[in-house]
Design a protein. Sequence first.
Length: 87
Amino acid sequence: MVFSHRMAALAAVVVIPLGIAATSYALTDSPESPKVPPKVELESGSPSATPTSTASPTPTPTPSDEVVSRPPVSDDNDDDDGPGDDG
């Protein structure tokens, strides 16, 4: 009698996970391969750059050409108005 209980327990330990795995495998969908369109078309009305004048008397500097001075350095920390400041 004890041997049959051990066999039933062993069968349950083996069969239940295998049944769950088989069910999970059977219910999964196989993903479809992505479909690539045969031709990609861009909008035909894209804006183009039209120069307003051909000869500019003074060229405007680009942002990389501008020189900006550094702000003054101060050691005090009085300008913080965060929580916990007393005044």
